[in-house]
Write a protein that binds this ligand. Structure first.
Ligand code: SIN
Length: 192
Protein backbone atom coordinates (compact mmCIF):
# COMPACT_ATOMS: atom_id res chain seq x y z
CA UNK A 1 0.00 0.00 0.00
CA UNK A 2 1.26 3.49 -0.69
CA UNK A 3 0.79 6.75 1.15
CA UNK A 4 1.63 10.07 -0.38
CA UNK A 5 3.53 12.16 2.16
CA UNK A 6 4.05 15.22 -0.08
CA UNK A 7 1.40 17.34 1.63
CA UNK A 8 2.60 16.46 5.16
CA UNK A 9 6.21 17.28 4.23
CA UNK A 10 5.22 20.64 2.76
CA UNK A 11 4.09 21.65 6.25
CA UNK A 12 7.67 21.23 7.50
CA UNK A 13 8.73 24.88 7.37
CA UNK A 14 11.59 24.72 9.85
CA UNK A 15 14.42 25.48 7.42
CA UNK A 16 12.47 27.47 4.81
CA UNK A 17 14.05 30.80 5.77
CA UNK A 18 17.61 29.36 5.65
CA UNK A 19 19.80 30.08 2.62
CA UNK A 20 20.93 26.43 2.63
CA UNK A 21 20.13 23.22 4.53
CA UNK A 22 22.07 19.99 5.11
CA UNK A 23 20.27 16.86 3.89
CA UNK A 24 21.46 13.52 5.29
CA UNK A 25 21.13 10.59 2.86
CA UNK A 26 21.52 6.96 3.92
CA UNK A 27 19.86 5.01 1.06
CA UNK A 28 19.42 5.94 -2.57
CA UNK A 29 20.32 9.51 -1.68
CA UNK A 30 23.90 8.30 -1.23
CA UNK A 31 24.27 6.87 -4.72
CA UNK A 32 21.71 8.85 -6.74
CA UNK A 33 21.99 12.60 -6.27
CA UNK A 34 19.56 13.78 -8.96
CA UNK A 35 19.39 17.31 -7.57
CA UNK A 36 21.78 20.26 -7.49
CA UNK A 37 23.79 20.69 -4.30
CA UNK A 38 26.25 23.27 -3.05
CA UNK A 39 28.50 20.83 -1.23
CA UNK A 40 28.61 17.09 -0.40
CA UNK A 41 30.34 15.54 2.61
CA UNK A 42 30.38 12.08 4.22
CA UNK A 43 28.46 12.28 7.50
CA UNK A 44 26.86 10.11 10.18
CA UNK A 45 23.91 10.19 12.55
CA UNK A 46 23.89 8.66 16.02
CA UNK A 47 21.14 6.45 17.50
CA UNK A 48 19.80 5.12 14.19
CA UNK A 49 20.37 1.96 12.14
CA UNK A 50 19.70 1.52 8.42
CA UNK A 51 17.18 -1.27 7.73
CA UNK A 52 15.44 -2.60 4.60
CA UNK A 53 12.05 -2.42 6.29
CA UNK A 54 10.28 0.04 4.00
CA UNK A 55 8.15 -1.08 1.07
CA UNK A 56 8.66 0.52 -2.34
CA UNK A 57 5.58 0.57 -4.58
CA UNK A 58 6.65 3.51 -6.72
CA UNK A 59 10.39 3.14 -7.43
CA UNK A 60 11.69 -0.42 -6.90
CA UNK A 61 8.44 -2.39 -6.91
CA UNK A 62 4.75 -2.13 -7.72
CA UNK A 63 1.48 -2.02 -5.77
CA UNK A 64 1.12 -5.80 -6.15
CA UNK A 65 4.79 -6.71 -5.67
CA UNK A 66 6.51 -4.06 -3.56
CA UNK A 67 10.26 -3.93 -3.30
CA UNK A 68 12.21 -3.21 -0.12
CA UNK A 69 14.24 -0.06 0.44
CA UNK A 70 16.14 1.50 3.31
CA UNK A 71 14.76 3.40 6.26
CA UNK A 72 16.07 4.07 9.76
CA UNK A 73 15.12 2.44 13.05
CA UNK A 74 16.11 3.78 16.46
CA UNK A 75 18.94 1.85 18.15
CA UNK A 76 20.82 3.14 21.16
CA UNK A 77 24.52 3.64 20.44
CA UNK A 78 24.24 2.87 16.72
CA UNK A 79 25.89 5.08 14.12
CA UNK A 80 24.53 5.25 10.58
CA UNK A 81 27.00 6.47 7.96
CA UNK A 82 25.85 8.25 4.83
CA UNK A 83 26.31 11.31 2.67
CA UNK A 84 25.23 14.86 3.52
CA UNK A 85 24.34 17.41 0.84
CA UNK A 86 24.09 21.14 1.34
CA UNK A 87 21.04 22.20 -0.69
CA UNK A 88 18.85 25.26 -1.03
CA UNK A 89 15.34 24.88 0.48
CA UNK A 90 13.80 24.91 -3.04
CA UNK A 91 15.21 21.42 -3.65
CA UNK A 92 12.73 19.94 -1.18
CA UNK A 93 9.87 20.11 -3.72
CA UNK A 94 11.69 17.54 -5.89
CA UNK A 95 12.91 15.54 -2.88
CA UNK A 96 9.40 15.38 -1.35
CA UNK A 97 8.13 13.96 -4.65
CA UNK A 98 10.95 11.44 -4.85
CA UNK A 99 10.50 10.29 -1.22
CA UNK A 100 6.67 10.44 -1.23
CA UNK A 101 5.95 6.79 -0.47
CA UNK A 102 5.88 7.06 3.32
CA UNK A 103 9.00 9.12 4.09
CA UNK A 104 8.70 12.15 6.38
CA UNK A 105 11.17 14.99 6.65
CA UNK A 106 12.60 15.13 10.15
CA UNK A 107 15.16 17.45 11.72
CA UNK A 108 18.34 15.60 12.72
CA UNK A 109 21.83 16.35 13.97
CA UNK A 110 24.60 14.98 11.75
CA UNK A 111 28.34 14.75 12.34
CA UNK A 112 31.03 15.30 9.74
CA UNK A 113 34.39 13.59 9.59
CA UNK A 114 36.20 16.68 10.91
CA UNK A 115 34.18 16.44 14.15
CA UNK A 116 31.84 19.35 13.39
CA UNK A 117 28.06 18.91 13.50
CA UNK A 118 25.05 20.50 11.80
CA UNK A 119 21.32 20.28 12.13
CA UNK A 120 19.55 19.35 8.93
CA UNK A 121 16.93 17.09 7.39
CA UNK A 122 16.60 13.36 6.91
CA UNK A 123 13.79 11.49 5.14
CA UNK A 124 12.63 8.69 7.39
CA UNK A 125 9.83 6.13 7.02
CA UNK A 126 8.50 5.11 10.43
CA UNK A 127 6.71 1.89 11.37
CA UNK A 128 3.25 3.46 11.22
CA UNK A 129 3.37 4.45 7.53
CA UNK A 130 1.20 2.59 5.02
CA UNK A 131 4.14 1.24 3.01
CA UNK A 132 6.01 -0.16 6.05
CA UNK A 133 6.93 -3.85 5.68
CA UNK A 134 8.96 -4.29 8.86
CA UNK A 135 11.52 -6.84 9.96
CA UNK A 136 12.19 -10.12 8.16
CA UNK A 137 15.27 -12.32 7.99
CA UNK A 138 18.05 -10.96 5.79
CA UNK A 139 17.62 -13.99 3.51
CA UNK A 140 13.88 -13.32 3.11
CA UNK A 141 14.60 -9.65 2.42
CA UNK A 142 17.11 -10.68 -0.27
CA UNK A 143 14.50 -13.01 -1.85
CA UNK A 144 11.98 -10.20 -2.07
CA UNK A 145 14.58 -7.81 -3.48
CA UNK A 146 15.71 -10.39 -6.08
CA UNK A 147 12.27 -10.51 -7.69
CA UNK A 148 11.03 -6.92 -7.27
CA UNK A 149 11.17 -4.42 -10.11
CA UNK A 150 9.64 -0.95 -10.44
CA UNK A 151 9.70 2.22 -12.54
CA UNK A 152 13.16 3.16 -11.23
CA UNK A 153 14.59 -0.26 -12.10
CA UNK A 154 15.32 -3.59 -10.39
CA UNK A 155 15.27 -3.60 -6.60
CA UNK A 156 18.57 -5.51 -6.70
CA UNK A 157 20.21 -2.51 -8.38
CA UNK A 158 19.23 -0.30 -5.37
CA UNK A 159 20.74 -2.75 -2.89
CA UNK A 160 23.95 -3.36 -4.83
CA UNK A 161 24.46 0.35 -5.58
CA UNK A 162 24.05 1.13 -1.87
CA UNK A 163 26.43 -1.65 -0.89
CA UNK A 164 29.01 -0.35 -3.40
CA UNK A 165 28.59 3.26 -2.26
CA UNK A 166 29.13 2.30 1.39
CA UNK A 167 32.21 0.34 0.39
CA UNK A 168 33.53 3.42 -1.46
CA UNK A 169 32.89 5.50 1.65
CA UNK A 170 34.91 2.93 3.59
CA UNK A 171 31.93 2.13 5.84
CA UNK A 172 30.66 -1.28 6.86
CA UNK A 173 26.95 -1.97 7.38
CA UNK A 174 26.40 -5.57 8.45
CA UNK A 175 22.68 -5.58 7.56
CA UNK A 176 23.32 -4.32 4.01
CA UNK A 177 26.27 -6.68 3.53
CA UNK A 178 24.30 -9.72 4.72
CA UNK A 179 21.39 -8.99 2.36
CA UNK A 180 23.80 -8.31 -0.53
CA UNK A 181 25.54 -11.63 0.14
CA UNK A 182 22.22 -13.55 0.01
CA UNK A 183 21.18 -11.62 -3.10
CA UNK A 184 24.36 -12.44 -5.00
CA UNK A 185 23.91 -16.15 -4.16
CA UNK A 186 20.31 -16.00 -5.39
CA UNK A 187 21.20 -14.15 -8.61
CA UNK A 188 24.08 -16.51 -9.37
CA UNK A 189 21.76 -19.47 -8.80
CA UNK A 190 19.33 -18.07 -11.36
CA UNK A 191 21.89 -17.91 -14.16
CA UNK A 192 22.59 -21.67 -14.14
C1 SIN B 1 17.72 8.24 1.81
O1 SIN B 1 18.40 7.74 0.91
O2 SIN B 1 18.25 9.03 2.64
C2 SIN B 1 16.26 7.98 1.95
C3 SIN B 1 15.81 6.67 1.45
C4 SIN B 1 15.98 6.45 -0.01
O3 SIN B 1 15.61 7.32 -0.82
O4 SIN B 1 16.48 5.39 -0.40
Amino acid sequence: MSLNTIEINRLMKRFDSHASVWLFGYGSLIFKADFPFLERRPASIRGWSRRFYQGSHDHRGTQDAPGRVATLVPEGGAICHGMAYLVTPEEFAHLDYREKNGYLRLAIEMSFEDGTTAEGIVYMATNNNAAWLGPASEEAIACQIASAHGPSGPNSEYLLALSRALHELGKQDNHVQAIAHHLVVLLEGKSY
